[in-house]
Design a protein around this ligand. Structure first.
Ligand code: ADP
Length: 491
């Protein structure tokens, strides 16, 4: 697998892993927060309800005490106005009997326990009765559960809160606050006995946290953040790989130049040998002529003129060598070049190659000239290479199916040439390595053509991209910066 692809996979896996870990952490934090809020509310509810019901014990004890006071005039009748939760008060004077058997049983229990006792719990109607045995009269209070709840101090909004609060007694539930209990997600519960022995109810609180309540927006932000950081990292890796490739190409270019230089040096030695031998001969002749008495100055002058001529020849050979060794700096040699004209030139040069393979190119060239900033020879070299590659690819399909299209566009400050062929195209694996130096699938190939083309394109501030053509074939796209408008139309 190619390194860039490997990096992409690693980046994708890392993104998935970090995103999942971050999202799980965010979800856990949210759930912990929700649970803490729920437990705080439930504890407050338990304390408030406990305080209320304990009050009932105190009320009854006071009632029992008041009846023995000298000025007692049925104080129980005023209770309902003081405590809205007390619906009615019944009393049984000594000698009388309760209208309800349950009240009698509760009174017996109350006497034994020396505290109020429950008589009847009717959670369906939200009522219950408390009986306190005392002398001379015993009392029974009928309580309204709804009024027992201290709504003014309630920690939640009873209509909208998602928490369900109930009072439970021997399988009966009285719903204090309905809450919303959905399906799925996480359930918190709270279960605690009220702090009053006379009213042995349980406070039950339930809360269902659904999937929709998880902090999805934050999770998305996290995923996007991780993606952005990883994309930056991948871009940095890509850039580094591109730089390395450029360095590699440069090195290869230098090696190629050195090889050529070897051949060049041999040629130059041969070329230099001639003028230098002639120069030597002329100067030796001069020395000899000058020794004669009297010397023939006309002949000496001729010989010197020949020596100068040969020295010039040697010097020009040396400057040619220097020019060949110097690295061409494409960016410094950019000039406006018409794309259409360059393509026509290349097609003209390759005409025999096209004929030999029975290929007629289709041209899609705009009438208005598209002029880019390029080094003319380098541009010609790239187009020539792309066309030759396309022709070689077309050799592999039957003549009738051979199509080659060359198109030119200008947009967004770029002039673009696309060369499309209906050859066998490239697999993803080939496409991934196509610009690597020495990568070739052809027996006779060197694998240097496209890598050098890419170097030339980037050297001219442009780009060369390869892609697949549907249903079959390859497409190469060369983009170069458009020449400034002022230079258009100039010869
Ligand atoms: P070479 O031509 O010496 O093989 P190149 O750099 O020109 O080297 O091309 C490298 C490889 O890219 C080729 O061997 C071939 O596999 C592939 N290739 C290039 N152009 C095309 C094309 N038009 N269609 C299919 N494959 C192509």
């Amino acid at each position: 697998m190619r390194k860039a692809q490997q990096h992409r996979w690693i980046g994708f896996l890392l993104w998935g892993l970090i995103t999942v870990l971050g999202c799980v952490t965010l979800a856990r934090m949210e759930l912990t927060q929700q649970r803490e809020a729920f437990e705080t509310d439930a504890r407050i509810v338990h304390r408030l309800l406990s305080q209320r019901v304990v009050q009932h014990d105190a009320v009854m004890a006071t009632l029992a005490l008041l009846q023995t006071a000298p000025d007692a005039s049925q104080p129980e009748q005023r209770l309902s106005s003081l405590y809205p939760q007390i619906i009615s008060v019944q009393r049984r004077d000594s000698g009388a009997s309760w209208p309800d058997e349950r009240l009698r049983v509760a009174e017996t229990l109350s006497r034994a326990l020396r505290r109020p006792a429950l008589a009847g719990v009717d959670f369906a109607r939200g009522r219950y009765q408390l009986v306190l045995a005392s002398e001379p009269a015993s009392f029974a209070l009928q309580m309204d559960l709804r009024a027992v709840v201290p709504w003014s101090e309630w920690p939640m909004a009873p209509e909208t809160s998602p928490v369900r609060v109930m009072l439970r007694h021997e399988g009966q539930d009285w719903i204090v606050q309905p809450g919303r209990l959905g399906q799925g997600g996480w359930r918190f519960d709270f279960h605690k006995h009220l702090a009053a022995d006379s009213q042995p109810f349980d406070v039950v609180a339930l809360r269902q946290v659904g999937w929709l309540e998880l902090p999805w927006a934050w999770m998305l932000v996290w995923a996007a953040l991780v993606a952005a950081v990883l994309a930056g990292w991948l871009a940095w890796l890509r850039q580094r790989a591109a730089r390395r490739r450029a360095e590699e190409l440069l090195r290869l270019g230098q090696v190629a130049r050195l090889n050529t230089l070897g051949e060049l040096a041999a040629g130059m030695a041969h070329e230099l040998n001639q003028p230098l031998t002639a120069l030597l001969a002329s100067t030796q002749a001069c020395t000899r002529l000058l020794e004669e008495e009297p010397p023939d100055l006309t002949v000496v002058r001729d010989a010197m003129a020949q020596a100068v001529e040969q020295a010039r020849r040697a010097s020009s050979v040396v400057s040619r060598l220097r020019r060949a060794v110097e690295r061409p700096d494409l960016a410094a040699q950019l000039q406006p070049v018409g794309l259409q004209q360059t393509i026509q030139n290349a097609l003209y040069l390759l005409e025999p190659e096209f004929k030999r393979r029975d290929v007629a190119p289709t041209l899609a060239l705009p009438i208005a000239p598209v002029t880019v900033l390029a080094e003319p020879v380098a541009l010609e070299q790239i187009i020539h290479n792309l066309l030759m590659n396309a022709l070689q690819a077309l050799e592999q399909v039957p003549s009738k199916e051979r199509q080659l299209t060359v198109a030119v566009h200008a947009e967004a400050g770029q002039g673009t040439i696309t060369v499309t062929d209906s050859g066998p195209g490239m697999t993803d694996a080939v496409l991934a390595r196509i610009f690597e130096p020495f990568f070739t699938t052809r027996d006779a190939g060197l694998g240097l053509g496209l890598s050098l083309c890419e170097t030339l394109a980037t050297g001219m501030n442009g780009s060369l991209k390869a892609g697949k053509q549907e249903p079959r074939g390859a497409q190469f796209r060369l983009s170069l910066p458009l020449a400034p408008a002022a230079s258009e139309g100039q010869p």
